[in-house]
Design a protein around this ligand. Structure first.
Ligand code: DX5
Ligand code: ZN
Length: 224
């Protein structure tokens, strides 16, 4: 299995001491940051925007940042996200609506010098986005309904990860496969076994029971 990367999401972090939480997770060996931007339309809640991305950029020792845009009009946010320090822009296929519009978004993100990721909600099939795989750096498979941290993963959705991993091998494309939602130490291995190469971990890393360092060590141990 390729090296699996762990990408903490700060949704359940203590925003009153965000810089410290970033440094704690980095001391725990996280690989990159997964920052969840929500607009109150594509998903019901609001989360944060460019100011918080810039704050993570400033607190980090330089680790890679991806912005997961759960917003209705992602293209309008690309320039701000890139300027704030996001190096990969992940938009939702459901927000783009079709392959042509998704290709426009891919081009716009590339024009800003960013990597491009495409996220799919539970109801979107892998075959719907299959024509785009060669044009992307990453696909995010949502294992929950997007909008909230701390939900339980739907393990039935891991078949989409297996499907994607098969297509990646068959087509010989360089694509990271990310899983997002409900990743914990007890299910991290099944995500990796299905073919995920990046695990997003929100409440598994930032919770009341453990330090981020201890939580990351447990997750890393679970992947084996
Ligand atoms: C939810 C976000 C996720 C979330 C993950 O819409 O996209 O990244 O923060 O949090 P957990 O790991 O707690 O499910
Ligand atoms: Zn996310």
């Amino acid at each position: 299995m390729p090296a699996i990367q762990i990408a903490p999401s700060i949704l359940t972090a203590d925003f009153g001491r965000l810089a410290e939480q970033v440094r704690e997770a980095e001391a725990g060996g996280c690989d990159l940051w997964h920052l969840d931007v929500m607009d109150g339309h594509f998903v019901p809640p609001l989360s944060f925007g460019r100011e918080v991305i810039a704050a993570v950029r400033a607190a980090s020792d330089g680790r890679f940042i991806e912005a997961h845009l759960m917003v209705e009009r992602p293209g309008e946010q690309f320039a701000d996200m890139a300027a704030a320090g996001a190096q990969r822009l992940i938009f939702h296929y459901e927000a783009a609506g079709n392959l042509d519009r998704a290709r426009e978004h891919i081009g716009a993100a590339r024009a800003l010098g960013c990597q491009v990721g495409l996220a799919i909600n539970p109801e979107t099939a892998v075959r719907d986005i299959a024509p785009l795989l060669a044009e992307l750096d990453e696909v995010t498979v949502m294992l929950i309904r997007p909008g909230w941290g701390g939900q339980a993963m739907r393990p039935d959705l891991l078949t989409k990860v297996t499907d994607l991993a098969m297509r990646v091998r068959a087509e010989g494309v360089a694509l990271q496969i990310e899983v997002d939602g409900g990743v914990k130490a007890h299910n991290a291995h099944s995500c990796a076994a299905a073919g995920a190469t990046i695990l997003v971990a929100g409440s598994a890393v930032f919770n009341a029971e453990q330090t981020p360092q201890a939580a990351l060590a447990e997750l890393r141990g679970a992947i084996g």
